[in-house]
Design a protein around this ligand. Structure first.
Ligand code: FE2
Length: 363
């Protein structure tokens, strides 16, 4: 399929949250993001307030409705704090919108040009699973901090980077029986292809299981596993997500670092909570993945997981959910050649998740 536009990566992740000011403080002090831009009453915006936070190439936008009439309240009511928009950075937003809507995507916003003294930006948006959307952002002719309508924001608190660099992948959880449909939708609408698949034999524990299909765009800047629950003795973590999120949505976002040991040390010192890994995981680690550069005792102390595929190895760790509902969480990942997503860790990881689910009364 000839794709008439290029996606160069994730432009930003847009969240609807209950209190953007306080959520921003959390991402700043725990994850090391720097608040860079703002929009709200002081800039003439009456309906909502947004804070933009940045760390290297990762941009988070946190939005809270300001009035009872705002449509954004429904997103909050249904999903709690959550991801509304995985925005794609494109070279031609109009072409992206025409191509995807021409292939059956539902339009959320027709192409529109926004300008200010820093240049012009073209945006457009389409609906994907649940209430999630993809905005196309074309910003080749823009030198401002984020988008027209936003002002520079300076916090009196200095953010200290934790070494997070860019978004490696993000995962969409689907209800029972919707995974194939969503994967096919990305094939048909975006021209994405299937990169790697797992079935429930690959990723099951004694109690629960999931299935996953990984969709990628042509240059692999967008990598997107699509999960669904699979039958097990107990409730799948995917089902728990779908129940608390009230439908499909973004389950986790993986952010890269060049030094996972240093990054995780800092995140832990900042108070980020990670899923615990049992000590026994490390007893057989070298047998499973072979020689690695990192000291195994250090990895064990920090709870970092390792997996290998035919191209190399990777290190990863998962946070606990960062919202009160057991929904969104983050993955920190360092790739040393490996191109896959840590299949070898799924069993250890899921057992850890199940212990947390059991504590929540949701297993
Ligand atoms: Fe992941």
């Amino acid at each position: 399929m000839k794709i008439p536009f290029t996606i160069s990566g994730t432009d930003h992740v847009h969240f609807i949250v209950g209190n953007a000011k306080q959520a921003g403080h959390y991402y700043q002090t725990q994850f090391g993001f720097e608040p860079v831009a703002y929009r709200g009453l002081e800039t003439g915006e009456r309906e909502f307030v947004s804070y933009v936070l940045q760390q290297d190439k990762i941009r988070l936008v946190l939005t809270t409705p300001l009035s009872a009439d705002s449509k954004l309240n429904e997103h909050l009511r249904l999903h709690g704090d959550g991801v509304r928009d995985m925005a794609f950075w494109v070279d031609d937003a109009r072409a992206a919108w025409e191509f995807t809507t021409g292939n059956g995507a539902v339009s959320v916003q027709e192409p529109a040009t926004l300008s200010d003294e820093n240049g012009r930006v073209v945006t457009a948006a389409v609906q994907t699973y649940g209430d999630t959307i993809h905005t196309f952002v074309e910003r080749n002719e823009y030198s401002g901090i984020f988008l027209p309508g936003y002002e520079m924001y300076k916090s009196t608190l200095k953010a200290k980077s934790t070494g997070l660099k860019y978004i490696d992948h993000f995962v969409g959880n689907q209800p029972e029986n919707k995974m194939q449909e969503v994967a096919e939708w990305y094939e048909k609408v975006f021209g994405f292809t299937r990169f790697w698949t797992v079935d429930d034999k690959d990723i099951s524990t004694e109690f629960t299981a999931l299935r996953s299909i990984v969709m990628v765009n042509d240059n692999m800047r967008i990598k997107m596993p699509i999960n669904r629950p699979a039958a097990g003795l107990r409730k799948s973590q995917i089902q728990e997500f779908v129940e608390f999120y009230n439908g499909p949505g973004v389950q986790h976002i993986a952010m890269t670092t060049d030094d996972i040991i240093e990054t995780v040390r800092q995140l832990r010192a900042n108070g980020v909570e990670f899923l615990p890994t049992p000590r026994t995981y490390y007893d057989v680690l070298e047998e499973r993945v072979g020689k690695i550069d990192e000291d195994i005792d250090t990895l064990a102390e920090l709870g970092i997981l390792v997996d290998r595929d035919e191209f190399g190895y990777m290190l990863q760790i998962f946070t606990k959910p960062v919202e009160d509902r057991p929904t969104l969480f983050y993955e920190i990942i360092q790739r040393k050649g490996a191109e896959s997503f840590g299949k070898g860790n799924f069993k250890a990881l899921f057992e850890s998740i199940e212990r947390e689910q059991a504590r929540r009364g949701n297993l």
